[in-house]
Design a binder for this molecule. Structure first.
Ligand code: ATP
Ligand code: MG
Length: 384
């Protein structure tokens, strides 16, 4: 008897002729996520089976695979030779201590000497005989013992279905650059787009020493969480301190955030184009803060020349975003109390609905190209 993990995949079922491509991408991502754990992944009739691992590693395997986009559900179970006694021994192991249950058998091997209802009846009967706290309920059981008698002379026996990340395998829908702050929103935005199969790179702007090293570590910790879903992530870190200082020195302070945003977008587009990213992703949500009005977005969007800007959270309320950040495991990091660069030199009354002409007038007081060049000189890269 061998402990195995059964992997069911989601929407990739639907992808017709491209199915092989999606399956290979999923398998490669699963391999990456299981790096460092001895195992083998095999594909069998529309599912994957993880085998040949140490039993103690099962929980870690489940934890990691449950975050791989494209995986719909997992079950931990046993693989045994197709023999009714062996099947019973495994069924006993996966059976709950008490409660109502039923046995569901799927028999691909039509040569097996018992048919599906006979297998279910025999195993169910023996489980009942062996444990007086069990009762059969075929309509609304507390749990189901599943038995798959396969064509290769083995059977799989499992109980629970563990719900996983769903979505599409990362890497099957291009590549994008996520503007990652230390806040609640941008990690959620990145997660949402990665879920649709996009490989994500991250760009973070800091303003050290106005922002501190804990603020930087916070962003790296967020990127590491995201990397568990994206099978690795690259984070580029760039200083915008000199840009904020120049804006502060030369421009109307009410335009600080508006002008900074335009620099961020310009730098992001240039980095994206040189790294092969096909879009920019932000965590903006319409109307959430002063800079996220449609006028604010128009102002920052208008400096992006070639790439689309994806704002997956635009229609979300803050509490919906918070709920998602809790689900994906970034919330506790995001609420650590360290300041983002956007809070440096913050005016008391920022412009809420900036007119593009006024923004351009303020911006004309700056050496835009020179400041961008200086920003790129501060570049640092981290990989997870
Ligand atoms: P978040 O929770 O993601 O910080 P927010 O509600 O605080 O968002 P803003 O600070 O206005 O909103 O930022 C809007 C978006 O701009 C962020 O979601 C992020 O994509 C990008 N952004 C803001 N600050 C930074 C930064 N320091 N580095 C990289 N991107 C940033
Ligand atoms: Mg923020």
């Amino acid at each position: 008897m061998e402990k195995v993990v059964i992997v069911r995949y989601a929407e990739i079922h639907l992808k017709g002729k491209n199915r092989g491509y999606f399956e290979r991408a999923l398998a490669a991502n699963m391999e990456k996520s299981l790096k460092g754990i001895r195992h083998e992944i095999r594909r069998r009739s529309g599912r994957y089976l993880v085998e040949n691992f140490e039993e103690a590693a099962a929980d870690t395997i489940v934890k990691r695979l449950s975050k791989v986009f494209g995986v719909h559900s997992l079950s931990v179970g046993y693989k045994v030779p197709s023999d009714i006694d062996e099947i019973y021994a495994a069924a006993k192991l996966v059976c709950d201590d008490g409660g109502t249950f039923k046995v569901e058998t799927h028999r691909a091997d039509k040569k097996f000497y018992l048919n599906s209802p006979q297998i279910s009846a025999q195993i169910g009967g023996r489980l009942l005989d062996g444990n007086k706290s069990l009762k059969v309920d075929v309509h609304e059981p507390d749990f189901v013992i599943n038995i798959d008698v396969r064509e290769d002379g083995t059977a799989l026996i499992f109980n629970k279905f563990i719900k996983c990340a769903d979505g599409m395998p990362v890497g099957t829908a291009g590549r994008g650059l996520l503007l990652l702050s230390g806040g609640i929103d941008s990690p959620v935005a990145g997660h949402m787009i990665a879920k649709r199969g996009m490989k994500i790179d991250c760009l973070h702007f800091h303003s050290y020493p106005y922002t501190n090293m804990q603020a930087r570590q916070k962003v790296l910790d967020l990127a590491e969480i995201l990397s568990q879903y994206t099978c690795g992530i690259k984070v580029t870190i760039i200083s915008v301190k000199h840009i904020q200082e120049e804006i502060h020195k030369n421009c109307n302070g009410a335009y600080m955030v508006t002008l900074l945003r335009r620099f961020m977008m310009r730098i992001a587009e240039r980095l994206a184009l040189s790294d092969g990213d096909q879009c920019i992703i932000t965590g903006e949500s319409l109307g959430q803060v002063a800079s996220q009005t449609i006028e604010g977005m128009t102002s920052s969007n208008s400096v992006v020349e070639k790439l689309p800007v994806l704002r997956p959270l635009c229609g979300f309320d803050k509490n919906e975003i918070i709920e998602r950040s809790r689900d994906i495991g970034t919330y506790d990091i995001s609420i650590r109390p360290y300041e983002d660069c956007c809070t440096v030199f913050l005016p008391d009354y920022p412009i809420i609905k900036p007119k593009l002409a006024d923004v351009l007038a303020e911006e004309s007081k700056l050496d835009v190209e020179g400041l961008i060049k200086e920003a790129f000189a501060s570049i640092e890269v981290k990989e997870f």
